[in-house]
Design a binder for this molecule. Structure first.
Ligand code: ADP
Ligand code: MG
Length: 390
């Protein structure tokens, strides 16, 4: 689960990590009062969306007067922000963070994640913070400091001080750095975080170390034990189709292609998508309907697939291991009858009672193609969907 910058900064403050004075607003009427309450004469208006790269997408605007703040807010409220990290539809902006403009001296990077290779919680730090850290990591990886925390121990302040030294921080800032890094580590452990990041972590001309941005991703599997974190969820930032799917225990991800896929098992779904690509098509979605598929879930799956705007054909690929193929076939026929299907569809069934399932489908008067072989099924749906969209 992702959260907004202002929420991440709220957690930072609870862990003694410094953040700029800021006020969250959700209407135009609040803009000028927020500036007055904050004081100062430079403000930064920041779109609250679940994506980084906002600066590059025009979602972080530096303003030198209250009028400029109002113009910026007017420009952002109610629109969708497209950044290098969003798709081409972007994310809706309904909240803005008005923040005091900071006197930035240096922009550092500091983050923690689980490194699967070393199997350790790993600290990443760099002197090259700011908007292009991905570029730094890929082009000059030696500028990224890595430190793996001993999984049997804990993070020690000496380790943090060593990293502060590597970042070339003077003594007064080094102390603040130790507090900041210990604070991040504490959030990481206590809240079952998968990624926590401050980019940029700035040093100011008046000798402060401040988290200017904040990103925290939580491990969904552990959310059941963090009610406080779950309360921070903003579903308006999530894919509505994926949410609807998960309410029906379907694992669904929208993609850009033209062939809708309905498969049981994530591995089989990946293999099916590969095969579609291999034969010249492109999948419109990833969908794992799960092991114990029911007619109701199959119907929901058809409904979701048909709302993909580019979809020109559907490939159903079911391996009957736990479930019987004849029951699946009945479910598919029922779903087609209920939902109404206006796209070419190829159904491949394999496993328990596959022959009986295929016979049921062939004997029905629904307009469907059946295949026992997956390669043939992929070739067929690619051809049919090309015909349909020609
Ligand atoms: P994103 O990473 O989504 O682009 P950031 O919050 O990191 O958004 O902001 C992008 C850049 O804007 C920062 O690297 C920093 O240079 C500048 N910036 C952000 N907030 C402030 C602020 N309060 N004062 C001054 N500059 C800021
Ligand atoms: Mg940032």
């Amino acid at each position: 689960m992702h959260i907004h910058e202002y929420q991440a900064k709220g957690l930072f403050r609870q862990s003694n990590i410094k953040t700029p004075e800021a006020i969250l607003i959700s209407t135009m009427a609040e803009a000028s009062k927020a500036c007055a309450d904050l004081g100062g004469d430079i403000w930064v208006v920041k779109a609250q969306v679940h994506a980084g790269g906002r600066g590059k997408g025009g979602g972080v605007i530096l303003c030198r007067s209250i009028e400029e703040v109002e113009t910026a807010c007017n420009q952002l409220f109610g629109t969708r922000l497209i950044t290098p990290q969003t798709d081409n539809k972007g994310l809706p902006i309904s909240q803005l963070l008005i923040e005091g403009g900071q006197n930035i001296e240096r922009e550092l990077y500091l983050g923690l994640l689980v490194d699967r290779q070393t199997q350790k919680i790993t600290i990443l730090a760099s002197t090259e913070g700011g908007m292009d850290i991905e570029k730094v990591a890929s082009e000059t990886p030696d500028k990224i400091i890595k430190f793996g925390v001993d999984p049997l121990g804990t993070l020690k302040s000496d380790d943090c001080a060593l990293i502060a030294h590597q970042l070339d921080l003077k003594a007064s800032l080094a102390d603040q750095f130790v507090t900041t890094l210990m604070g991040l580590y504490d959030i990481f452990i206590s809240k079952d975080v998968s990624l926590i990041e401050i980019n940029p972590l700035i040093t100011t001309t008046d000798n402060n170390l401040i988290a200017l941005d904040g990103k925290i991703d939580f491990d969904d599997n552990a959310l059941y034990r963090h009610e406080d974190i779950l309360a921070l969820r903003d579903t308006s930032q999530e894919d509505q189709k994926e949410n609807e799917a998960s309410e029906h225990q379907l694992n669904y991800i929208s993609l850009d292609g033209t062939i809708g896929c309905m498969v049981n098992g994530a591995g089989l779904a990946m293999a099916t998508m590969d095969l579609i690509e291999h034969h010249g098509g492109s999948p419109a979605n990833f969908l794992d309907v799960g092991g114990g598929t029911t007619a109701e879930r199959v119907a929901k799956a058809f409904e979701l697939i048909q709302t993909e705007k580019n979809v020109a054909g559907i490939l159903v690929n079911i391996f009957g291991g736990i479930v019987r193929c004849d029951l699946i076939a009945q479910g598919i026929l029922q779903a087609i009858e209920n939902v109404g299907l206006n796209l070419p569809i190829v159904i491949r069934l394999e496993g328990t009672n596959a022959a009986a399932g295929l016979k049921l489908l062939d004997d029905s008067n629904a307009d469907i193609h059946t295949e026992a072989d997956l390669t043939q099924a992929a070739i067929k749906i690619v051809a049919l969907s090309k015909e349909a969209s020609a």
